[in-house]
Design a protein around this ligand. Structure first.
Ligand code: SF4
Length: 298
């Protein structure tokens, strides 16, 4: 019923920093928070249809800004084998990690671009430094898997070897992203995404080639470069959302109850289904996008 048996809940469109490359998962720019009514609806839906999904991911915006995030993770935990949280780490504390563990979080995906600069991400405005090593160690001490999201830009490209070394030395899986930009037409309407610059795939591969025995594969018609080294997986996402190839995306539910499979699809009204405002069980809303393809015409 769900795209690739995964659900991605975008619990808020708000963030506590303002990265210049942010696509905000394709959500509208108005600040919205996922309501308790909507989570109750999703919980009832999963229960009534006896659903068990491989993964539920909580993301945003910054998911930890949501006051009810612990409660939401706890409510849906019984419907999934794995509960993951995507965060920029700014609000993460040891106490919070323990609380996240207690409600069943399995994995934290930490978005951090620089290990050594004062700001962990390149932002318009201020951004606190996040200590990735500390967060990684606390997660591991508490039995939470930790992985990294790193956007490669001129901000951190000088650190690339260092970050790759860190991932391999500490057996941390990571995704490296190329920046994508929105294409807006003359009328101000969104038409799609483009990748014009910031392509560091050659530098990425050169850096990997320092490791004898690392295996490099190009997946999805070159959209992804995947590296396997002693069990650690690094992925360079070169053509995110431009080739309709990220078919492993899950069913996304945005804070206002819209259901879609990926950012590209999100921008085409024909590809979105909306959970009914009366929160009746609405099987077709989910079933209709079960193919899990990007931009699937339904
Ligand atoms: S941390 Fe993530 S959601 Fe927040 S501004 Fe940066 S890219 Fe966007």
């Amino acid at each position: 019923m769900f795209a690739n048996n995964k659900i991605r809940l975008l619990v808020t469109s708000e963030c506590n920093i303002n990265c210049w490359y942010c696509h905000n998962e394709g959500m509208p720019y108005e600040v919205e928070y996922m309501s308790r009514n909507l989570i109750d609806y999703i919980e009832n839906f999963l229960g009534n249809y006896r659903c068990m999904v491989a993964r539920i991911v909580y993301s945003g915006g910054e998911a930890l800004l949501h006051d009810n995030i612990l409660d939401y993770i706890a409510k849906l935990r019984k419907f999934t084998e794995s509960a993951s949280l995507v965060t920029n780490g700014i609000l993460v504390t040891e106490d919070l990690i323990k609380q996240l563990k207690s409600v069943g979080l399995s994995k934290m995906r930490l978005g951090i671009d620089s290990f050594r600069r004062k700001r962990s991400r390149p932002t318009h405005g201020s951004c606190e430094h996040v200590n990735p090593t500390e967060i990684i160690n606390i997660c591991r001490d508490n039995g939470i898997i930790i992985e990294l999201n790193i956007v490669l830009t001129e901000y951190n490209i000088g650190e690339l070897d260092e970050i790759i070394d860190y991932c391999f030395d500490n057996s941390i899986n990571a995704k490296y992203f190329r920046v994508i930009r929105e294409i807006i037409d003359d009328d101000g309407d969104f038409v799609g995404y483009e990748h014009k610059d910031h392509n560091y795939v050659d530098k990425f591969i050169n850096s990997i080639n320092r490791y004898v025995g690392a295996k490099i594969n190009r997946d999805y018609d070159g959209a992804n470069t995947v590296v396997l080294n002693n069990g650690t997986i690094l992925r360079y996402c070169e053509l995110l959302c431009s080739k309709e190839l990220c078919w492993k995306s899950g069913t996304r539910i945005s804070p206002n109850g819209e259901i879609y499979t990926c950012m590209q699809a999100r921008r085409n009204p024909n590809n979105i289904r909306k959970i009914k405002y009366d929160y009746d069980i609405d099987y077709e809303s989910f079933n209709i996008i079960k193919k899990g393809r990007c931009a699937v015409a339904v």
